[in-house]
Design a binder for this molecule. Structure first.
Ligand SMILES: NC(=O)C1=CN([C@@H]2O[C@H](COP(=O)(O)OP(=O)(O)OC[C@H]3O[C@@H](n4cnc5c(N)ncnc54)[C@H](O)[C@@H]3O)[C@@H](O)[C@H]2O)C=CC1
Ligand SMILES: O=C(O)CCC(=O)C(=O)O
Length: 527
């Protein structure tokens, strides 16, 4: 099988690219593509790896015929049309812990640069000057730092600022008093109350309706004279025009910004101020963060292409490890059963019932339903189904899905049975190494691991039928590798499940239909 192809559109650490190649994926790095070039290129690729600059619009997603995974080598995924990806069953995942320390350190770097005029002094020295009196700074020690957003990065900033001897105050309605206490932050439940207290303000907030424009003229006016403001989160949280006004008036002492409304940012009202310390979205640009982001993203992209669970998928709920341990090995088994059902019935069922038994009886079965639908609908290419869009695909195709659980797996440790419009199939998994075994089909009890090609016969039970099947297949050069015969004595019916090797074509099938007397059904299954 040809290797799956990954398109990388931004600079990702070599370790990340290597990690993709180590997993057998073909990797193409194409930097600085225009949106039109991306739309023209994407149809060839199974996965896309981006950072913050690549816009993955609905147009890109609709052009992406084969795309299964979009991996963001970083935290925030604000450049991908998540709804469009979800509708197409494309997993969107990120590397949410890769750059937290780097972002916290960059925040400290900007605070120190603002407090000690580092950038201005450096520029002055490069002009051959020696201006010691011009660049008198302030210490961080014993100053009050207000942290807005005490999540992962806000918390790391608190720990670092504490080591500088700063007094920490904070605002985050979702932060527990216990966490604030542990971080040494005095929590306020009112933004207005905190504003006059801070010498330094830093925001570590997501960009949301509530946080866009959270700080404008009214808030800046209430702050201490000479306050220093930092933003390494997202642009828009501070109103930039009004920042410029308050810098011009000398009310704000300095600002340190890493994020901008339109990136790359070539024009800003802040450019005229030497005490506006600006970096081009560098918080995550460290060797360590990029290595982590690249390697983590490679792992999740490969998992998504493999059909495995992607723990950081943003458009599906990740399952906890204990649930995954129990149901994970059954996902390919359910996909296989879905595919067999599709090949036996030929029609898309209107009703699907999945029953999990034994050790599976207490776990979330949604991923097994997704696996079954994938097998069912992907066969004949009715639809590309992934765990992301399984539910919406079932609805779109009018399939009513029901799940049941039983403690009793009839002698097995665990088993899953599926009924699609009355056609029944069940399997168990003795252990992962040996794969799934079918234990029931159409009510016949059997025990066989389906192979790549199988023939399934149902006929009126009578002596000699198996011999005829063997003879016809033998004459056509088709080798039987495994065979199971099972009967329903009350109905005088038998089912034979034969795994075969060799070319099964219409002639072979016609001969079998003609030669096996009493034949009720013959299905040719390919997995
Ligand atoms: N410049 C860069 O390269 C990077 C920027 N970031 C940005 O840093 C920011 C913070 O990231 P994390 O700490 O990982 O996020 P997080 O989700 O761990 O923390 C965000 C915190 O904000 C709080 N919050 C949400 N809405 C709030 C509101 N209206 N008022 C007050 N608090 C509110 C939440 O309760 C949470 O504690 C994000 O905007 C992210 O985009 C992250 C990594 C790198
Ligand atoms: O990839 C980058 O450098 C941007 C990092 C960032 O902003 C994020 O991870 O949210």
């Amino acid at each position: 099988m040809a290797a799956k192809k990954v398109l990388v559109t931004e600079k990702v650490a070599d370790a990340g690219l290597e990690a993709l190649r180590d997993r057998g994926l073909e990797v193409d790095v194409r930097l600085d593509m225009t949106p039109e070039e991306l739309i023209a290129t994407i149809p060839d690729y199974d996965a896309l790896v981006i950072r913050s600059a690549t816009k993955v619009s609905r147009d890109v997603i609709e052009a992406a015929e084969k795309l299964r995974v979009i991996g963001r080598a970083g935290v925030v995924v604000d450049s991908v049309d998540l709804d469009a990806a979800t509708e197409r069953g494309i997993i969107v995942c990120n590397a949410p812990t890769s750059n937290l320390v780097s972002a916290a350190e960059h925040t400290m770097a900007l605070m120190l640069a603002c407090a000690r005029n580092i950038a201005q002094a450096n520029a002055s020295m490069h002009e051959g000057k020696w201006e010691r009196n011009r660049f008198v700074g302030t210490e961080l020690y014993e100053k009050t730092l207000a942290i807005f957003g005490l999540g992962r990065i806000g918390g790391l900033v608190a720990e670092r600022a504490k080591a500088f001897g700063m007094k920490l105050i904070g605002y985050d309605p979702y932060c527990s008093p216990g966490r604030a206490e542990q971080l040494g932050v005095t929590l306020y439940d009112d933004v207005e109350a905190i504003l006059p207290l801070a010498d330094f303000v830093t925001v570590h907030l997501p960009k949301t309706k509530e946080t866009i424009g959270m700080f404008g003229p009214d808030q800046f006016a209430r702050m201490k004279d000479g306050v220093i403001l930092i933003n390494t989160a997202r642009a828009g949280i501070y109103n930039v025009d009004s920042l410029a006004d308050f810098l011009a008036a000398g009310k704000i002492g300095a600002v340190g910004l890493d994020v901008f409304q339109d990136e790359p940012c070539a024009e800003s009202p802040l450019h005229e101020f030497e005490n506006a310390i600006l970096t081009p979205h560098l918080s995550a640009s460290t060797v360590e963060a990029q290595r982590r982001a690249g390697v983590q993203t490679a792992e999740y992209v490969a998992a998504g292409l493999d059909g495995s669970i992607v723990p950081t998928a943003l458009n599906m709920a990740p399952l906890p490890p204990e649930v995954m341990d129990a149901v994970g090995p059954y996902v390919p088994a359910c996909q296989m059963m879905g595919s067999i059902l599709a090949q036996m019935d030929g029609e898309i069922p209107q009703y699907l019932k999945l029953t999990a038994a034994g050790s599976l009886s207490t776990v979330d079965l949604s991923i097994l339903v997704a696996g079954t639908l994938k097998g069912l609908l992907s066969y004949k290419r009715v639809a590309m189904v992934t765990p992301v869009n399984a539910e919406s695909m079932a609805k779109r195709h009018g399939i009513k899905v029901e799940t049941l659980s039983h403690a009793d797996a009839e002698g097995y440790a665990s088993a899953v049975s599926i009924v699609a419009d009355g056609t029944e199939i069940a399997c168990t998994l003795a252990d992962e190494a040996h794969g799934a075994r079918l234990v029931s089909l159409l009510g016949y009890k059997l025990d066989i691991a389906p192979a790549g090609q199988s023939l399934v016969f149902e006929y009126e039970d009578a002596p000699g039928r198996v011999g005829v099947i063997g003879t016809i297949l033998g004459e056509q050069g088709i080798n039987i590798t495994t065979m199971q015969i099972c009967t329903k004595p009350d109905e005088q019916r038998a089912l034979v499940y034969v795994n075969v090797e060799g070319a099964v074509d219409d002639t072979v099938l016609a001969e079998l239909r003609e030669g096996v007397s009493g034949l009720a059904n013959l299905w040719y299954i390919r997995l």
